[in-house]
Design a protein. Structure first.
Length: 461
């Protein structure tokens, strides 16, 4: 079967969905791999390297996509416009990539109408068996590291303490907001550079992780804080009273530090504002804020996506696609995540796709199939009355993991729910499936775990 690896066409995207290493593995499975010319240039993967790994180099998108049963991408396919990728994709094609489903209603509608079976890598359930496929972790890890370097790049002082004949340079003070994957890596990186680091998070379990990296934990540790975590290890919404106390402590802390790195995201919702304009104004001149959540609204009230801006003498870094600023490593890790996911649905004996719709990872990531938007966590999927014989299901949000052995996500308990398409779309047997997803008739929310919302760490994948 043919696998297509196209060049990414969305702005600021430097990554590619395959590396020479994973191409070699795909070829070893018995696949014909086509890589579009120049697809890996920004990630330092040459066409020659892909060719030596066994790939065929497609001269353009049309050649690369033609007759492909599976497409491996970083960003979701472009629907419409001059770079429309759907017009060269056949019905029934399996598309694997970062789909950002909560903010992609129009694109998902287009994918379903095109008859694509789309899998969102950013929906991979955070369970032990899926760790090798977790793109949010692999990309957030790099984002956390790069955030410190980006901050250091605009900071007009040194990070470590230096004792010289001319005097002593005090170490920089760094405050990390959010101790998920990105936050913990930011803590570790700032510590390696010699900074004095403190961090905050609403999950009690994160305190031990923060302190294990040599940072000071900052939080209002009252009785509510001790209960601020769900059974699955996720953060939950706090009361207004707690938020007020925590905000006062954070404001006091921010006024004393040299750099703030924010990493908080909530699936399906704008990023929460953690640093207000007043807090920015309270910081010392020359201080720096690095906002890793800027693409979903930002944790800092004054950050601007894709730019470094200065307000009241404070530099606010809001780079887009931070993992893509480390394109080679980000592509290598992402490619391995995608290969491990693809291998899950590939029959090595038949050398073709064989999708097990009862697999919790498959069900938890499939967003469109056979002309329908099928993931129950998507608000724009069809909502029907709940069947008397089928219980309600919901998808737990992809929050920052603190427990890799968490209970199975609710999406794994039922096959994807289908939304009846406006027009019947015939689908080829490209997926080579014997079984198809069971219909579920659910009414779900974007995040449900006994709370209003569950925060996850930053570092947009």
């Amino acid at each position: 079967m043919k696998i297509a690896i196209p060049k990414e066409r969305r702005p600021n995207e430097t990554r590619v969905a395959a590396s020479p290493e994973t191409v070699k593995k795909l070829v070893a499975l018995g696949c014909d791999v086509f890589v579009e010319k120049g697809a890996g240039v920004a990630a330092s993967f040459t066409d020659t390297a892909f060719k030596d790994a066994g790939a065929t180099i497609g001269k353009d998108a049309a050649t690369t996509y033609k007759d492909a049963k599976a497409v491996l991408k970083v960003q979701k396919p472009i629907a419409g416009g001059k770079d429309d990728e759907l017009k060269v994709l056949s019905q029934g094609t399996v598309v694997i990539g970062i789909t950002d489903p909560y903010r992609s209603e129009k694109e998902l509608d287009a994918y379903s109408k095109a008859g694509l079976t789309a899998f969102a890598m950013d929906f991979v359930p955070r369970i032990t068996r899926a760790q090798s496929m977790d793109v949010l972790s692999s990309q957030s890890n790099l984002a956390g590291y790069k955030s410190v370097l980006d901050g250091a790049g605009v900071f007009n002082r040194a990070f470590p303490m230096m004792m010289t004949a001319a005097g002593t340079v005090a170490p920089a003070k760094v405050f990390v907001m959010g101790a998920g994957v990105a936050g913990l890596q930011a803590i570790a990186t700032a510590r390696r550079l010699g900074a004095v680091v403190s961090a905050t998070d609403v999950r009690p379990a994160s305190k031990e992780q923060v302190e294990s990296l040599g940072a000071k934990f900052v939080a209002v540790e009252d009785d509510e804080f001790k209960q601020a975590e769900t059974a699955g290890g996720y953060a939950k919404e706090m009361s207004d009273a707690y938020k007020a106390k925590q905000a006062a402590l954070i404001a006091e802390t921010i006024a004393k530090v040299d750099m703030v790195i924010t990493t908080a995201l909530i699936p399906g919702r704008p990023a929460p504002v953690l640093v207000t304009a007043e807090m920015v104004k309270s910081m010392k001149p020359g201080s720096v804020i690095v906002d890793l959540a800027v693409e979903t609204g930002g944790n800092c009230e004054l950050s601007v996506a894709g730019k470094v801006v200065e307000k009241d003498g404070i530099s606010i870094v809001g780079y887009s696609n931070v993992p893509g600023r480390l394109a080679t490593d980000a592509s290598s890790l992402y490619a391995k995540n995608v290969y491990n996911f693809f291998e899950l649905m590939f029959d090595k004996e038949a050398k073709d796709l064989k999708i097990d719709w009862n697999d919790e990872i498959i069900k938890g990531t499939c967003v469109t199939h056979e002309g329908s938007i099928v993931h129950p966590a998507l608000a724009h999927s069809e909502k029907k009355p709940v069947s008397k014989t089928e219980p309600k299901v919901s998808a737990e949000s992809e929050a920052a993991p603190v427990k890799t052995t968490a209970a199975k996500t609710a999406t794994a308990k039922r096959a994807p729910a289908k939304r009846a398409p406006a027009k019947k779309v015939p689908v080829k047997t490209a997926a080579a499936n014997k079984a198809t997803p069971k219909k579920t008739t659910t009414k779900s929310t974007a995040s449900k775990s006994g709370t209003k919302a569950e925060a996850k760490d930053g570092g947009n994948a």
